[in-house]
Write a protein that binds this ligand. Structure first.
Ligand code: C2E
Ligand code: MG
Ligand code: MG
Ligand code: MG
Length: 280
């Protein structure tokens, strides 16, 4: 009887795995065709300097609208894109769109606005990544020091040497480099010395539960660590004024979150920036 049960359990177990795999394959198929049909969009979320309370930069975020006008969350499809390798082509498209948008924003007079682009470890490890980026850069003639690459260690860092070398090549091209979601995932302190980093991005989980001070201690420590290493900081996921006040107190330079603005299409961003200028 026991044996029969375990066979049954095994059956259900592999069935579950198979279901997940099938779902993932289906997701990749739909994502690939959405990408080929140019249905993906790049949106932008403002990043504010805490001393001026003005928008100093924006983060570019992928949006995949489904047939009902809703969006499939990046946290679902980015891992699938990484898993399948589609992230390499998709990431180049994101970069191109980001550079195109940067050129428009800078031409419209927002000359110092930085544009942060999320870059996956898989992209950094792909062949000729830096060379491809260099080609794009020459096509769009944007000042690379205004483009920040946000690196998240969402997948285990295989071949760390390749990744680190790729980051150095990008740094040599003039880009700024940030570690995204710092303090979560696999990111280890030893990378801080090996990678050419300009800024740490405090993960929103350390910002969200600020009142019980355990979480605040972590944010405070990350910011202190960054400053010791001559890095600047930005905190994501700021939703309440008290969080922003505390971040300012502990020396965080920039903030990003729903308190100020949600991600929006480029045309809305222009309106947002214009409104800010009018109200100053
Ligand atoms: P991320 O890079 O950490 O981006 C910040 C995420 O936090 C975004 O989620 C943003 O919409 C969300 N967020 C911003 N402010 C708040 C807030 O106040 N409260 C809360 N609850 N959330 C806030 P989103 O757009 O869903 O993206 C999720 C993740 O997907 C990103 O996290 C990033 O890791 C990945 N991703 C998005 N676009 C790209 C891309 O173009 N390339 C790559 N490789 N990854 C991307
Ligand atoms: Mg990011
Ligand atoms: Mg982040
Ligand atoms: Mg995050």
């Amino acid at each position: 009887r026991a044996k029969k049960n375990s066979t049954l359990n095994h059956f259900w177990y592999s069935f579950e795995i198979e279901e997940k795999t099938l779902w993932r394959i289906e997701l990749i198929r739909r994502l690939t065709s959405a990408f080929e049909r140019r249905e993906l969009e790049l949106w932008f979320q403002p990043q504010l300097c805490l001393n001026s309370m003005k928008v100093c930069g924006v983060e570019a975020l992928l949006r995949w609208p489904d047939a009902n006008g809703k969006f499939i969350p990046p946290n679902q499809f980015i891992p699938a894109a990484e898993y399948s390798g589609l992230i390499v082509d998709l990431g180049l498209w994101v970069f191109r769109e980001a550079l195109r948008s940067a050129r428009m924003l800078h031409a419209q007079g927002y000359k110092d606005l930085t544009i942060a682009v999320n870059v996956s470890i898989i992209q950094l490890r792909s062949n000729n990544f830096a060379q491809n980026i260099k080609l794009l850069l020459s096509e769009f003639t944007v000042d690379p020091s205004l483009i920040e690459l946000e690196i998240t260690e969402s997948v285990v860092m295989d071949e760390p040497d390749v990744v680190i070398q790729s980051l150095h090549q990008l740094k040599e091209l003039g880009f700024k480099i940030a570690i995204d979601d710092f303090g979560t995932g696999f990111s280890s302190l030893s990378y801080l010395q090996k990678m050419p980093i300009d800024r740490l991005k405090v993960d929103r989980q350390f910002v969200q539960e600020f009142t019980p001070d355990t979480q605040a201690h972590i944010a405070e420590t990350i910011i202190a660590l960054a400053h010791k290493l001559n890095l600047s900081t930005i905190a994501e996921g700021v939703e309440r004024p008290d969080q922003a006040e505390f971040l300012k107190e502990i020396g965080c330079e920039q903030v990003q979150g729903y308190l100020y603005a949600r991600p929006m299409p480029l045309s809305n961003l222009f309106v947002h920036l214009q409104n800010q200028n009018n109200s100053l």
